[in-house]
Write a protein that binds this ligand. Structure first.
Ligand SMILES: [Zn+2]
Ligand SMILES: [Zn+2]
Ligand SMILES: [Zn+2]
Ligand SMILES: [Zn+2]
Ligand SMILES: [Zn+2]
Length: 467
């Protein structure tokens, strides 16, 4: 089969563009003598001038009308009296307190509701850019109010974080943000600009980094204290060796196979597989989505074959109702070409995709199903749909499958762990930072003080027959 690919990054916009701190069309930053102008209708998109606004119109008009229809309430985050951050924080009630939890929960619920309203309003005009414009509404870092409600001041250093100007939020927000958080924002801007301005960057994204030599069977994920140590063992060609590219591409891709290898080790399976390899290694990716588990992950999955050179076939089976079609098929299995060294040794990846719930896939009468060596849900977000995850968790537990789930942030990991525990499944480990997360930081107003990572945190359980 051939790989889905894209040749350019023309639909890539940076966080600065989405936040309205650079022209949405060309990425130009404002200068002292030339401010950005707002789209007069939605008051959300900003441009360096009329030319750029015209160029962007075809892309923008769908968002513009949809957002105009819902913006009045989606930008009007209302704080309830007992969740007013100004009151509670003035009491010295800082940090994680029941009040803070209530505010966070309240803001997240608001965020989810307003995104849903926007998406409904967009209907079929939904695009990635429209989605992010709705998602990254500029807000006060401290009280979460939007720029439609308050005048926001922006951090001069990173140009990302903002807070209500001339209020308590300014001091509190700045103090919380200065230092590590601001540094992370600066890195994020740097990586974003690199992607946006590098021609054919997206093509690079799909290249398989040549990883450890296939003859290194003693690979031990726990011997690497951090990504940097592991990356030193890679032989990365030209542009892939730039630090920002390592963050945005290399760790992003390799996060999937490395998290899997580290999980196999944690369950005590890796050493076993290295000592006596199986012919076929089966990994089930549950709640999989085409864009992540296939496009980002499946190429880099070859790293698993490099670490376990005795394995002849890696089954990378992606199952989930959001998987979508690949080509014309809702489900199918295809062998994909490996790197020359693996080809010579007869090693291959068998990619399977099943656009359905795991419960209807993992049944004994399905000839494509065999008990996996590991089941993994990347960035599962299971706390958002606990009812549909419950039966899957039960099934994995009862079938004795070693199972791992990752989450974007610590807060989400806690909520996900709660879902597992509510199913009476004991976790072997929970809410731990995943060493093999995608190192590219991503911005969000409502989670983790604004930052999340693909596979940021992880947890696992090893199924045994339920009593
Ligand atoms: Zn422009
Ligand atoms: Zn507009
Ligand atoms: Zn504020
Ligand atoms: Zn800053
Ligand atoms: Zn290979």
């Amino acid at each position: 089969m051939s790989w889905p690919s894209k040749d350019d990054n023309s639909d890539y916009r940076s966080v600065l563009q989405y936040l309205g701190r650079a022209c949405l069309a060309c990425g130009a930053r404002p200068s002292p003598d030339k401010a950005l102008t707002r789209c007069s209708r939605c008051r959300r998109a900003r441009y360096c001038g009329v030319e750029c606004q015209k160029i962007d119109y075809a892309e923008h008009k769908g968002f513009c009308s949809a957002y105009s229809a819902v913006k009045d309430w989606t930008s009007s985050l209302d704080t309830t009296p007992n969740a007013d951050p100004h009151i509670a924080r003035a009491d010295g009630n800082d940090g994680v307190t029941p009040w803070q939890d209530a505010l966070d929960a309240y803001c997240k619920a608001f965020h989810r509701k307003s995104m849903n309203a926007l998406l409904a309003s967009l209907g079929p005009k939904r695009t990635k850019i429209a989605n992010y414009l709705g998602y990254l509404v500029p807000r006060c870092l401290w009280c979460y109010r939007s720029d439609a409600q308050r005048t926001l001041a922006v951090c001069e250093r990173c140009n990302i974080a903002s807070w209500c100007a001339e209020s308590e939020c300014e001091t509190k927000g700045r103090t919380a943000h200065e230092g590590e958080h601001c540094d992370e924002c600066i890195e994020l801007v740097r990586d974003d600009e690199y992607i946006r301005t590098t021609p054919n960057f997206v093509g690079l994204r799909y290249g398989t980094p040549r990883v450890l030599s296939p003859s290194s069977p003693a690979f031990d994920p726990s011997s690497f204290p951090a990504w940097s140590a592991y990356i030193q063992t890679l032989d990365l060609p030209g542009p892939l060796s730039l630090p920002s590219v390592i963050n945005t591409i290399v760790t992003r891709q390799l996060s999937l196979p490395l998290t899997i290898l580290a999980a196999l080790q944690r369950f005590g399976i890796l050493a076993e597989l290295q000592a006596s390899p199986v012919e076929t290694l089966t990994i089930h990716l549950i709640g999989a989505e085409r864009n992540y588990e296939l496009i980002v992950g499946a190429l880099a999955a070859e790293e698993i074959l490099h670490v376990l050179p005795g394995v002849k076939t890696l089954e990378w089976f992606m199952v989930g109702p959001s998987m979508g079609k690949v080509g014309n098929d809702d489900e199918n299995i295809a062998d994909v070409e490996s790197c020359p060294e693996c080809e010579k040794a007869g090693r291959k990846r068998r990619i399977g995709w099943f656009n359905k719930r795991y419960q209807s896939f993992a049944i004994p009468s399905n000839p494509d199903y065999r008990k996996p060596h590991l089941a993994i849900g990347f960035n599962s977000g299971m706390h958002e749909r606990p009812q549909s995850w419950g039966p899957v968790l039960d099934m994995l537990y009862e079938q004795g499958v070693p199972s791992v789930f990752t989450s974007y942030s610590l807060n989400e990991a806690k909520e996900d762990a709660h879902v597992v525990e509510k199913s009476d499944i004991p976790l072997m480990w929970k809410e731990e930072r995943n060493l093999w997360r995608g190192e590219r930081k991503q911005w969000d107003w409502f989670v983790e003080g604004g930052m999340w990572w693909e596979n940021g945190y992880w947890m696992g359980f090893k199924g045994t027959k339920k009593a």
